[in-house]
Design a protein around this ligand. Structure first.
Ligand code: PMV
Length: 316
């Protein structure tokens, strides 16, 4: 029987990817597919089981860092928790995921948030949402070195958020439903590698990149208003503008371009990549009556339709 459990949602970036690493805002939404972590007390040692990662009863040693990337988030959450809040004791950890880690829905951040919350429950440590954010963001930075923390914010607060890098501003936005179609390219993006590639480009072309990021910022600010007004025409146009800037930044890909054009040709209001780019998912904003046509067009162009709802609840 679980002594403590918590679940956290995955996410989709709606606007502002990459620019958010350089101090500009982004808009992110939580999706209704979650990762659940259950902790059961055991006399000593820590054992991890995760069917979706193909892991059964793997021993986790605090402080060791020879783990695969997926397990590193778990090991690092445990190590930092232990050093900041005291040793949480022996336990069996069971992780269950409703989505494949290849989709780019932020499985590492959802695992980190769900595990940290379950550990807080197990040890009666009380953290505010912002304290939980700071803790989980420090885990992400220590494992992968880069990242704005938007995925951690989505996993904690849920809903749709206006987010400024590192959690400087986290503002929940009021939106009821967003009729999005999500198309998976079939290609797994390596986010830290793409973020580093963009960093090299920014170092070479500082002024150009700064102008581009400021243009993306302007799109994000307009998108915030359009979202609050539920103005789908405006939002679609802004998605297309954001996509054009991401193409200039060099982070789109032939697969993404194909799925995006197919959705626009089938009548979407607008479409763009979501996340680091070069793979993972694209999103298209559609009028409900056009949804079947747009989905079919994306499938015919080689994409897989992922059925997710947005604005999902944060960690619980
Ligand atoms: O690839 P994803 O879905 O984790 O999104 C990355 C978004 C970036 O802005 C490129 C990086 C970040 O941490 O904000």
């Amino acid at each position: 029987m679980a002594t403590a459990s918590a679940s956290a949602p995955g996410k989709l970036m709606l606007f502002g990817e990459h620019a958010v690493i350089y101090g500009r805002p982004a808009i992110v939404t939580a999706v209704n597919q979650r990762i659940t972590v259950e902790l059961a007390a055991r006399r000593e040692g820590i054992r991890l089981t995760s069917p979706s990662l193909g892991i059964k009863n793997e021993e986790i040693k605090l402080g060791a860092n020879s783990y695969s990337k997926d397990v590193r988030f778990v090991a690092q959450t445990l190590a930092l928790f232990s050093s900041q809040f005291g040793n949480p004791g022996g336990m069996d950890i069971l992780i269950h995921s409703e989505f494949k880690k290849t989709y780019g829905f932020g499985s590492s951040s959802a695992v980190t948030v769900a595990l940290a919350s379950a550990l807080c429950k197990k040890t009666a440590v009380k953290l505010s949402e912002k304290e939980l954010f700071d803790f989980c963001y420090s885990v992400v930075l220590s494992v992968q070195g880069v990242g704005s923390g938007f995925d951690i914010a989505a996993a904690i607060w849920g809903g749709t958020l206006y987010f400024v890098g590192g959690g400087k501003q986290i503002i929940p936005l009021k939106t009821s439903s967003l009729p999005l179609v999500v198309g998976y390219t079939g290609v797994k993006a390596d986010t830290p590698a793409i973020v580093r590639e963009v960093r090299r480009l920014v170092a070479k072309r500082k002024e150009w990149a700064n102008r581009l990021f400021s243009q993306i910022k302007s799109v994000v600010e307009q998108a915030k208003t359009a979202l609050e007004n539920e103005d789908m025409y405006a939002l679609g146009g802004l998605m297309n503008q954001n996509q054009a800037f991401l193409v200039k930044l060099g982070v789109s890909s032939p697969q993404l371009d194909r799925l995006i054009s197919a959705s626009i040709n089938a009548g979407a209001y607008g479409a763009k990549l979501s996340g680091a780019g070069k793979g993972d998912c694209m999103i298209a904003l559609v009028e409900e009556k056009n949804r079947p046509r747009v989905e079919e067009a994306i499938r015919s162009a080689g994409g897989e339709i992922l059925n997710v709802k947005l604005n999902a609840e944060g960690v619980k």
